[in-house]
Design a protein around this ligand. Structure first.
Ligand code: ZN
Length: 354
């Protein structure tokens, strides 16, 4: 991956972006994409829309959601411990023992999610405690409620510790790969397309609040009014112990973008994506989704009078934990696939399934 693009991705990973609190990350997006886009706008919900050749036809929307799951301060105990609720689908079982960042108005406050030592646990607790969010707490080192309130306040967002953790073989682990990987891809695709003079109009959107029900994509799709929309998200890799390929399929990290098929996907667009991958000799994988997907592609497809929707996903291990893992190679190949597909769309391309 080129140096500048990798730096952009790392900046995204360092930027806090809880659902509803995406502004720090959207600032990174606007700064990076402005030189390549004809116009960059931010709507009242916080979606960032980067437009290229906006008078072209048809109108194509690329969507990656910029919000990440996390926590929010709900209560502070008299002793100064911070109790929280979940923002998005968090597995309480992965919470104890992690480092967190509280993003307060005064800046970053470090915290850790504590747990009673194994020595002090009852036999029942040792056998496998069922973790419940409201029984956990963040320890910021405060001596009292009053002391804690000097640094943080009710409603502050809390993220896992942010930033990439490089592993062997071009892999990166870290919080929020879901879906900063997708934001990276749609903006990188716009950069690639800015050198190709596409016939269609391209709108790369960093959408907000996907984790709370595809809320940003819904309003952005109304505003952009596309005929074609491709969501880029992460999907479940099934290449580690204990996952059932019979449920999800055979999806591997590093083996290329995953092109979805199913009722949420326009068949003409699906075939265009596959043809573009084949033409450019890009690796790709397939995924069957037999229902409306849990991605922005769902909101986009049923916007206004209907949109030809596609879904391209980046294989991801350990989704919705502090150490989500992806391959940088997959990111590059996904951006190349999107650029190639969009460049092949002309005013004559008919997406009506006949
Ligand atoms: Zn996602």
């Amino acid at each position: 991956m080129r140096k500048e693009s990798r730096q952009f991705f790392e900046n995204l990973l360092h930027a806090p972006s809880l659902s509803g609190f995406e502004q720090p990350l959207q600032r990174v997006v606007r700064d990076w994409v402005s030189p390549f886009a004809d116009q960059v706008t931010t709507d009242v919900n916080g979606n960032v829309i980067a437009a290229l050749n906006s008078t072209g036809s048809p109108r194509v929307m690329l969507a990656g959601h910029c919000d990440q799951i996390g926590l929010m301060i709900q209560h502070i105990t008299d002793e100064g411990y911070v109790q929280f609720s979940a923002v998005g689908g968090i597995d309480a079982g992965v919470m104890p023992g992690v480092r967190v960042f509280i993003h307060s108005r005064q800046g970053l406050v470090n915290g850790v999610i504590g747990r009673k030592p194994i020595h002090l646990q009852t036999a029942e607790e040792r056998r496998g405690e069922k973790f419940e969010m409201h029984k956990l707490w963040v320890d910021i080192g405060a001596s009292s409620k009053q002391d804690a309130l000097k640094r943080v306040e009710i409603g502050d967002p809390i993220s896992f510790e942010l930033g990439p953790f490089p592993l062997q073989g071009n892999l990166l682990a870290g919080a929020g790969m879901d879906d900063k990987a997708g934001v990276f891809v749609v903006m990188e695709a716009l950069r690639l397309l800015s050198r190709r003079k596409p016939k269609c109009a391209v709108f790369s959107v960093s959408t907000v609040q996907e984790e709370l029900g595809l809320r940003g994509a819904r309003t952005a799709a109304y505003a952009v009014d596309p005929q074609v929309g491709i969501a880029v998200d992460v999907t479940f890799a099934t290449d580690y112990p204990g996952v059932d390929k019979a449920q999800i399929g055979d999806i591997r990290v590093g083996k290329g973008p995953v092109i979805a098929r199913g009722p949420n996907i326009n068949p003409v667009l699906h075939d265009l994506l596959v043809a573009a991958a084949e033409k450019k000799k890009l690796p790709w994988q397939t995924e069957a989704v037999s229902r409306a997907t849990g991605t922005d592609a769902n909101a986009i497809q049923i916007s206004r009078e209907g949109v030809a929707a596609g879904l391209v996903s980046i294989p991801n291990r350990y989704m919705h934990t502090a150490i989500e893992l992806i391959s940088l190679k997959d990111l590059e190949n996904t951006a190349a696939l999107l650029a190639e597909t969009v460049a092949s769309i002309t005013p004559d391309t008919d997406f009506t399934p006949l």
